[in-house]
Design a protein around this ligand. Structure first.
Ligand code: ADP
Ligand code: MG
Length: 238
């Protein structure tokens, strides 16, 4: 335990919450299957970034996470890699409809980036990902969602539109990510986020990532996450 504490300190990782899994040093430590390890190597990712070292084992253990680290620190793979594992762990993948992993991001550019990152790792398994955001034809998106997918990456407003149009159902959704939560609040998406969260089963795994943690985001996190573990990397303001 002393050694773990010192390792965290050397990486400027702070954690809070009970029973926090120990940080990993390598992707091998995460127990990823060979296909996923190959996809990671293909990206040129040699070892986990600091946030990934601590967030990956926690997310893989099934716990809810609040992850706070600055932009560019590799937060995306912290939730995308465990999402692939989560999806592959579902029994009888083909039987139900609707996404298993739902990721909300504040802007279409960010949603698109996450979508591209998710696709790189999903491809190896034939997992389908869809991106849903404004500026694209609603009819095209409706059709794409109707064709089925395991992962949806969306901006909150457009996802609500698609839910209203019954382009997708959330019965199978068990892995929810709120990425760049602070920016989603700044852009006024709090009501949409609350509506989306309310449409996803409460026994889901919920992950919230943010560069900063203003009080309003803190309040939402307390309400929608269950016994979360908080991981903070470096100096982060509120
Ligand atoms: P954040 O969401 O924290 O702003 P990103 O997830 O967008 O950061 O990652 C920033 C950059 O780092 C991306 O170009 C991504 O491909 C790259 N990256 C992520 N993880 C690793 C890794 N383990 N090794 C090398 N590069 C990585
Ligand atoms: Mg990011």
């Amino acid at each position: 335990e002393q050694e773990v504490a010192e390792y965290r300190k050397s990486l400027a990782i702070r954690v809070s919450g009970f029973d926090v899994p120990r940080p990993v040093k390598t992707f091998e430590d995460c127990g990823f299957a060979p296909e996923l390890m190959r996809a990671i190597a293909k990206q040129g990712y040699e070892k986990p970034t600091t946030i990934q070292c601590q967030a990956l084992p926690i997310v893989l253990s099934g716990r809810d996470v609040i992850g706070i680290a600055k932009t560019g620190s590799g937060k995306t793979a912290s939730f995308v890699l465990p999402m692939i594992v989560h999806i592959m762990d579902q029994p009888e993948l083909q039987k139900e409809e609707g996404p298993i992993g739902v990721i909300c991001a504040p802007t279409r550019e960010l949603a698109h980036q996450i979508f591209l990152e998710a696709k790189k790792f999903a491809k190896a398994y034939g997992i389908r990902a869809s991106a849903v955001y404004g500026g694209m034809s609603k009819l095209d998106q409706f059709k794409e969602l109707k064709a089925g997918c395991e992962i949806v990456v969306a901006t909150p407003g457009r996802l609500i539109d698609m839910l209203k149009m019954k382009a997708l159902i959330m019965t199978r959704a068990t892995y929810l990510v709120l990425d760049e939560a602070d920016r989603m609040f700044d852009l006024g998406f709090e009501p949409q986020i609350r509506s989306i969260v309310g449409q996803i089963r409460p026994d889901r795994q919920t992950l919230l990532f943010s560069a900063t943690m203003p009080r309003k985001v803190e309040k939402l996190a307390r309400e929608v996450l269950s016994d979360p573990i908080r991981v903070t990397v470096g100096e982060v303001g509120t």
